[in-house]
Design a protein around this ligand. Sequence first.
Ligand code: ADP
Ligand code: MG
Length: 266
Amino acid sequence: MSSSAPASIRRVVAVANQKGGVGKTTTVINLATALAAAGHRVLVIDFDPQGNASTGLGVEPADRQPSIYDVLTGEETLDGATMATQVPNLTLVPATRDLVGAEVELLEGERRDQRLRDALFDGAAEAEFVLIDCPPSLGMLTVNALVAADEVLVPLQCEFLALEGLSHLLHTVDRIRRSRNPDLRIRGVVLTMFDRRNNLSEVVAEDVRANLGDTVFETVIPRNVRISEAPSHGLPVMLYDWRSAGAQAYIQLARELLERYERDAA
Ligand code: ADP
Ligand code: MG
């Protein structure tokens, strides 16, 4: 490993939930953009073979070389695979379908659960925030992300049984904390796709807050059509329609996150 230690202020945040469609990728793209707009240097690592974070940040499949797969196999350094995006201060390590293979190949390799951690130690020294967009499973990719991370941010969709899958994730986080990464912490749970017109959203939100207390961010991400339209334009919602309720909610989430860090430091 190289001797260049990562900047001490760098925070590696895994955005994880083994359920699909809960808003992980949306949160990564838009939280990263809001942090970048606030003047922070942010690196997004697309860690899902579906490559939705790469798509949402406007990087075409043909331009996703080298990718995070090449980093995991040791063919490329993290810095070598990092590319600029159209958002100032925001860089990306893209993902391709190859990453499906990594899930299997990582089961056999050396230091198999620490590949991403090793790669991060070696590079990305520029970024203040590294956001990892995890795939919808608790397989080797998510384990690699959790071993590499300082903290976990969990998007939770405001729907029936939202809390059910969460215990699996928290259990996995506990296991990794005990075995590999003692300082790993839950940064927070963010309620997504909150629908004001649907009473269920309110009931779920109250239930989640009653169970998890102030682990849950005060900021709630509303269900907002602009958020869902933006990725097909390859744009974060702030660039697609910054006045939208969705864009404003992610700006507010970034603000609240930064406040939490300030409180920690105080
Ligand atoms: P995950 O990464 O957890 O699978 P996504 O972020 O891809 O979830 O979100 C799943 C789908 O829901 C996507 O089509 C996305 O555009 C849409 N979506 C996510 N958040 C919102 C929201 N707040 N309002 C409306 N649509 C949303
Ligand atoms: Mg996703």
